[in-house]
Design a protein around this ligand. Structure first.
Ligand code: HEM
Length: 281
């Protein structure tokens, strides 16, 4: 009897582990597709306009509050560098988290890691300049929210770097995962925003877009960080039901993320094709 119970318990435990692993893999693959699609948008939208000096073209993105400003060469170039370098975050971050890449190409992992850390920190400093010196942004609360995002990036980058230097790899891995999430917060911002539109419109939820935007300015980094902590706790110490619950929750969140990715891709394709863009009313 004890053996049967023990075998049943072990079976549930290994099924829960598999479900958790599958949900993490589903999340990761979906995120990589979305981030590489974002990389394509960044390169296609900011590449030609920046290198031909046609900064006015940024006006096609009606979600930007003010990328281009006539006569502000320093501000325009800082914004161009900020947007283009974001491609490195979208491309390189996910590769750092793949165990096979770390194991088979450790030199690549180290160099890609250094480039990622420097780029994320540089983007944050450029972001502080854009928000607080140049005055680009969508109001005070959103400027505060994105600045906290920048401070978290700088803090997590320092902690991930320090742990790597000390060869404390388990600690390094956790700070690197947190850094990856907060560095991709501006992608989560867009994906979450479009998920909201795609879900709230059919449900006829009206009048809450502004409130959602403000809440999600903070949520775009706080929610992914909270989900990661729950995932790590479930993986390390939860029983089978806790791990199943976490796996189910992650599947649902990933599906929602996929919905937002579809919305953002349609929007960015319209920008790239020069079609008039506006948010669904
Ligand atoms: C590593 C983190 C970051 C990445 C990958 C990133 C990426 C981007 C990208 C791709 C854009 C252009 C958006 C578009 O075309 O839709 C953008 C715009 C912008 N970013 Fe960042 N960013 C990061 C961090 C920050 C931080 C920390 C700040 C502020 C402290 C900031 C401030 C801004 C501002 C003000 C804009 C222009 C927004 C507008 O005109 O409405 N960014 N960012």
């Amino acid at each position: 009897m004890t053996a049967v119970v023990a075998t049943g318990g072990l079976g549930a435990s290994s099924a829960a582990d598999k479900a958790l692993q599958a949900s993490a893999a589903f999340w990761f693959v979906t995120a990589v597709i979305g981030q590489w699609a974002f990389l394509y948008y960044i390169a296609a939208f900011y590449g030609p306009s920046t290198f031909s000096g046609d900064f006015q073209a940024w006006g096609k993105n009606t979600l930007l509050s003010g990328g281009y400003r006539p006569g502000d060469t320093v501000g325009n170039l800082t914004f161009a560098a900020h947007a283009l370098l974001a491609g490195i975050i979208a491309f390189g971050g996910a590769l750092q988290l793949v165990p096979q890449v770390r194991a088979r190409a450790p030199a690549f992992h180290r160099w890609n890691g250094r480039v990622f850390l420097l780029t994320a920190s540089g983007l944050s400093l450029a972001g502080f300049y854009l928000v607080w010196v140049r005055g680009t942004g969508s109001g005070l609360v959103s400027s505060i929210a994105i600045s906290i995002n920048g401070l978290l990036i700088l803090g997590f980058a320092a902690l991930a770097w320090r742990a790597a230097r000390a060869r404390a790899f388990a600690v390094h891995r956790r700070w690197a995962m947190r850094l990856y999430l907060v560095s991709n917060a501006q992608w989560f911002m867009r994906v979450g925003f479009f998920a909201w539109f795609m879900v709230s419109r059919p449900l006829a939820v009206k009048g809450l877009d502004g409130a959602f935007f403000i809440a999600w300015s903070f949520g775009c980094y706080l929610v992914p960080l909270a989900v990661l902590e729950l995932y790590l706790r479930a993986k390390d110490g939860a029983g089978p039901s806790g791990r199943f619950a976490m796996a189910g929750g992650l599947f649902v969140l990933t599906a929602l993320m996929g919905v937002g990715m579809v919305g953002f891709t349609i929007f960015s394709q319209r920008i790239l094709s020069g079609a008039p863009v506006g948010l669904p009313g």
